[in-house]
Design a protein around this ligand. Structure first.
Ligand SMILES: CSC[C@H]1O[C@H](OP(=O)(O)O)[C@H](O)[C@@H]1O
Ligand SMILES: Nc1ncnc2[nH]cnc12
Length: 287
């Protein structure tokens, strides 16, 4: 099967990569089931990339239903070492306007119904999530955004993404509560995705695209799916050009990431003490 060092997970509004040539679709089976959709491999400016639509083509999966483990495992089994997550988010800050881009560097996980680890069943590991985003990868995304000279949006480097279970949007009280926690943006999908990427030793960074002001803002309309979707289309167009440029930069620089050897200091169960089945299951993550 074709291998790719760089992976892209496309969120709401981003169901394919326009710049991908020589596209091949792969139905990937994993010990954690099938991913959200086929993984599409192909070339962007000559660099091999693997793309996966997080909600499936046609947006069929609510955030709770997304097979996060299968998605990350499938990408890792295709050779992915750098993963760009593209996500629609609500803004929890006045200065982050709809259409702006944010490169979050922290997450708060408020999800309730998702399995957030590959471990268990005979294997124990505790990875560090102190710095969940790879700073070098995020810097390359920033360079790619700046190289586009967008005039209609701002880039915000850093910030905290609070991840809720959804699929309903928040109440006004919750929205104020997230602001009081110090969160800057809100979404429903980056957890447990970022945790699983770390367990799979994949460098992870999010390109967050603001669609709305959630519902805390005294003057702006409370978010609805229609409001978010109206901005998603413009955001997706911006994201396509950023991705092409970021992929070339990542291929040139291939930055070292703490994620790449995250399991060196985190695996508690010695490989020799695991069952053969558990060892095989984790083999891909350990590569
Ligand atoms: C259609 S707006 C709400 C939807 O968009 C975000 O998804 P993604 O991160 O995949 O772009 C948000 O988390 C919700 O799932
Ligand atoms: N306000 C919001 N809350 C949660 N997820 C979102 N995705 C886009 N806007 C959002």
């Amino acid at each position: 099967m074709t291998r790719a060092m760089i992976g892209v997970i496309g969120g709401s509004g981003l169901y394919q990569m326009d710049s991908l040539t020589e596209a091949e679709e792969h139905i990937v089976e994993t010990p954690f089931g099938r991913p959200s959709d086929v993984v599409v491999t192909g070339k962007v400016n000559g660099t091999q990339v693997a793309f996966l639509a997080r909600h499936g083509k046609g947006h069929r999966l609510i955030p709770t239903e997304i097979p996060y483990r299968a998605n990350i495992y499938a990408l890792k089994s295709l050779g992915v070492r750098y993963l760009i997550s593209v996500s629609a988010v609500g803004s929890l800050r006045e200065e982050i306007c709809p259409l702006d881009m944010v490169l979050p560097d922290q997450f708060i996980d408020l999800t309730k119904h998702r399995i957030s680890t590959f471990f268990g069943n005979d294997t124990v590991a505790h990875v560090s999530m102190a710095r969940p985003v790879c700073p070098m990868l995020s810097d390359l995304l920033a360079q790619a955004i700046e190289s586009q000279n967008f005039t209609d949006l701002k880039l915000h480097k850093g910030g905290t993404y609070v991840c809720i279970e959804g699929p309903s949007f928040s109440s006004v009280a919750e929205s104020h509560w997230y602001r009081s926690m110090g969160a800057n943006i809100i979404g429903m999908t980056n957890m447990p995705e970022a945790k699983l990427a770390r367990e799979a030793q994949i460098s992870y960074a999010t390109l967050a695209l603001a669609t709305d002001y959630d519902c805390w803002h005294p003057k702006e309309e409370h978010v609805t799916a229609d409001i978010a979707i109206a901005n998603l289309m413009k955001n997706a167009e911006h994201a396509q050009s950023v991705l092409s440029s970021a992929i070339s930069l990542i291929d040139q620089k291939r930055p070292i990431s703490i994620a790449h050897n995250a399991l060196n200091s985190s695996l508690v169960t010695p490989l020799a003490a695991m069952s053969a089945e558990a060892g095989n299951r984790l083999n891909i993550l350990l590569q």
